[in-house]
Design a protein around this ligand. Sequence first.
Ligand SMILES: Nc1ncnc2c1ncn2[C@@H]1O[C@H](COP(=O)(O)OP(=O)(O)OP(=O)(O)O)[C@@H](O)[C@H]1O
Ligand SMILES: [Mg+2]
Length: 466
Amino acid sequence: MKAEARGELPPYFNLDPEAAERILGHAADTAEFARIARACAAGRDDLATRGLEEDGRRSLRLFSTWEITRYLIPVAQGHFRRVLKQNPELPQGRSETEGGAKWFTLDEVLRLRAHFAAEGSKAKNYLPWRPEGLPAKMVAVANFKGGVGKTSTAAHLAMSAALDGYRVLVIDLDSQGSMTSIFGGRVEDEWQTVFPLIARHYARHLRSENQRRLDRGEAPLPLDDTLSEALDTSARTLVQKTHWPNIDLIGAQLNLYWAEFQIPVWRMQGRGWKLWDTLTDGLAADGLLDEYDIVFLDTPPALGYLTINGLAAADILLVPLGASFLEFDSTGRFFDMLHSTFSSIEEAENVAARALGREGLAFQWDAVRAVITRYDGTQQAELAALMQAYLGPVLSPHRQDYTALIGQAGEQVRGIYEADYRDFNRETYARGRETFDATYAALKQLLLGSWRRDQREASNAGEAAE
Ligand SMILES: Nc1ncnc2c1ncn2[C@@H]1O[C@H](COP(=O)(O)OP(=O)(O)OP(=O)(O)O)[C@@H](O)[C@H]1O
Ligand SMILES: [Mg+2]
């Protein structure tokens, strides 16, 4: 029975100050924060070690013949089995029971797919398309509103792209490090995050600036220890392997937040520093844009320097938002801030460029799309339709449904693709997976379209030069 039906007052009436004081507890001092932090850390470690391997690493589950032929390699089960039988050198999988379903590691799935691509029907795309000679595409997921599904979207896209056979690099730009824990990353301090890449970019700028100063007879600016150390780092040393054979990670942890204070100091000091080129330059200089097909950047819920860096590096920008008034409203303001931030960078740069007769700066993205996340068709259809009407093609027509599979998949932060489908009702699993598969399909469409455009432009430019 409800309190009202029992004739009781709402709970905030008739509170007794004496009793309230008795249960208040002691006053909190600064040290209280440290105590709470220790309790959280202990609980977190407890949670994080559940379901891990003995050596404390995460491991990826196995994939069954049903799942492989249904989702990963488009062949009939019977044909798949026949091909394995005819080719004993191929991975044969393992079964849990005598004669039971065969299960394969993702590495094995990738080898099998390569075999089908080489030997199978040429009419099927066993391998995902990427034009030769063009760099990896960078995809940033951003919105300054918190909790809109940035990390979930980026993590699931990374996993679907990996299942599809792409080589994926995930970069965590959020000092909360959620993406890093999803991929089991270990980050001691800021030197294992993107921080040294930014520092190296600035240090190289400062070094060439100093050369110019010396030529003009001015005293050089000092390179402090941080900058000297950064000059010796390579993006390769920052990349860690994950439990996914074709997903690597540049992780983040709390210390990365330091970059938000350090970058403005460097900007003041080195006025000509092209901060917005740091990530692309840093990855390109060390060859990483050739080694991976797609780079996903997860950003913090703020439009700070790290987010600006990520957005400037991105070819494709995805902005997740829920179909709610508040999220629509603040996403509008986010786009407003993007406009003023990037146009003020362009203006400042172009004043200098014009004075020196150089070509101006104009940021460009292959595609910018807002994506509705956590969609509940029974409650939000009207608002989503209104958003679609106002935003038009900028709002991706696919809506990512709310699914109970996220967050509930075990104690660990895990993705749908990491969960064993046998742990769920088949219908729930299929629907949850479908919605994230569709999110990936929408991104893959943008990816292929923009690679194709680049390829065509490169070949036109080649012909024009002949
Ligand atoms: N499609 C979905 N269905 C159900 N829950 C979801 C879905 N997408 C995200 N969530 C849940 O919403 C919450 C916020 O998601 P997420 O952490 O991805 O957001 P975020 O934008 O990265 O947050 P932050 O701004 O803190 O970085 C999480 O608890 C996540 O499990
Ligand atoms: Mg996040």
